[in-house]
Write a protein that binds this ligand. Structure first.
Ligand SMILES: Nc1ncnc2c1ncn2[C@@H]1O[C@H](COP(=O)(O)OP(=O)(O)OP(=O)(O)O)[C@@H](O)[C@H]1O
Ligand SMILES: [Mg+2]
Length: 366
């Protein structure tokens, strides 16, 4: 079993806390993605798991055993870095074979493993080449090959695709997912790219400032972010936010601010009625705002007259940008919407899809 567990793990550099009270269980065979902005501690977490960095506090378990004091070479964990770190003077075959030669495996076995890895990665034709003769994507495959031949219990990936161009990144993403299916090995993957995280991860862990903000299945993080940070980080374009106040009126609960009033659906009252008077942040995703001409369920309370600042067409998606109460919004509307830049239209908010966060704590209220 190669379950990885981090139990109250923390890492300090002097007084600076890089990773703070990190608790996470990654079951055997799972593809787990750590995602968060630059400097939030992703690499540090991986390096602690690999044994390249001491743990300041807490415990790391691999397959049920504490590995805090186990040297990296005894951990049975392979790490793939952003920089491929290939040996320029060795050809592809020898680069992949390198970790096995160090372990002094028999020549036959080395050859078998290298050829198998090369086949999985589709680089059998490149084995004689030197790294300088390869494309970025091929180099990254060689780096992965070097990890695969070790047949580790756990793979760690630190932004392995970020040196590739956009198209190659998408292609390698698909191959990584296939690789995981084929090998069934526990994989922990670090990225700051939320799209990559959402498409690859069985479990996605959103980090900020050394802490876990939320973890779960990608659709759960998207549909029900538990705090403002996760709400703003997951999703593209980012969620629209508007600071308001929760106001209890005779006919229901309203979100209000100057030049803005929106009645929440029946039932909201029960959940957040007792937060009346609290400053909140309303969140709504671009696809939950409609051009009124194509909306069902428009009412005077959820409909707003706006001026379209910009209409943007990206392939099959049409985005319109506008402001409400002095705040920028973006809506993803039906391609057949005729809303053009400069035009006044009415937009409808799907109030069932609203997210409401406590402005002070950032916690989800509704
Ligand atoms: N050896 C070190 N000494 C002091 N501070 C460090 C050291 N290594 C990392 N840090 C700090 O710890 C924090 C987390 O660093 P880490 O490299 O884990 O971030 P990251 O999430 O991987 O960021 P990125 O996306 O930029 O790679 C950063 O603020 C960094 O400056
Ligand atoms: Mg990093």
């Amino acid at each position: 079993m190669a379950e990885v567990v981090l139990d109250h793990v923390c890492k300090k550099y002097g007084n600076f806390v890089a990773v703070d009270d990190f608790n996470l269980a990654i079951p055997d065979g799972e593809f787990c993605v750590l995602v968060g902005p630059s400097g939030c501690g992703k690499t540090t977490v991986l390096r602690m798991i690999a044994g390249l960095e001491d743990v300041t506090g807490g415990k790391i378990y691999l397959g049920g055993k504490v590995i805090n004091d186990l040297p990296p070479k005894d951990r049975d964990i392979a790490m793939v870095f952003q920089s491929y770190a290939l040996y320029p003077h060795l050809n592809v075959y020898d680069n992949i074979a390198f970790p096995l030669k160090i372990r002094k495996l028999p020549k036959r076995e080395i050859e078998e493993r290298v050829l198998r890895a090369a086949k999985i990665l589709g680089i059998t034709e490149q084995l004689e080449k030197k790294p300088a003769e390869l494309s970025g994507g091929q180099r990254q495959r060689v780096a992965m090959g070097r990890a695969i031949v070790r047949e580790p219990k756990v793979f760690l990936f630190d932004e392995p695709l970020s040196n590739l161009d956009a198209k190659m990144r998408v292609q390698m993403r698909v191959e990584l997912a296939k690789l995981h299916k084929m090998l069934g090995t526990t994989m922990i993957y670090v990225t700051h790219d939320q799209t990559e995280a959402m498409t690859l991860g069985e479990k996605v862990v959103v980090m900020n400032k050394g802490r876990i903000m939320q973890f779960g299945k990608p659709d759960k993080l998207y549909d029900k972010p538990m705090n403002l940070f996760t709400a703003g980080f997951i999703g593209s374009p980012p969620m629209n936010f508007l600071t308001c106040r929760l106001v209890q009126k005779t006919d229901g609960v309203y979100l209000e601010r100057e030049n803005f009033s929106l009645r929440l659906p029946d039932g909201a009252e029960k959940v957040i009625g007792n937060f009346a008077g609290v400053d909140v942040v309303m969140g709504i995703r671009a696809e939950d705002i409609y051009d009124k001409l194509f909306a069902v369920g428009a009412t005077p309370s959820n409909t707003f007259r706006v001026k379209v600042d910009v209409r943007e067409t990206i392939g099959s998606d049409v985005f319109i940008y506008f402001t409400i109460a002095g705040t920028n919004f973006v809506a993803r509307v039906m391609p057949k919407s005729k809303a053009e830049s400069g035009q006044e239209i009415e937009v409808v908010f799907d109030t069932q899809k609203l997210h409401i966060f406590d402005k002070r704590t950032g916690e989800r209220l509704w």
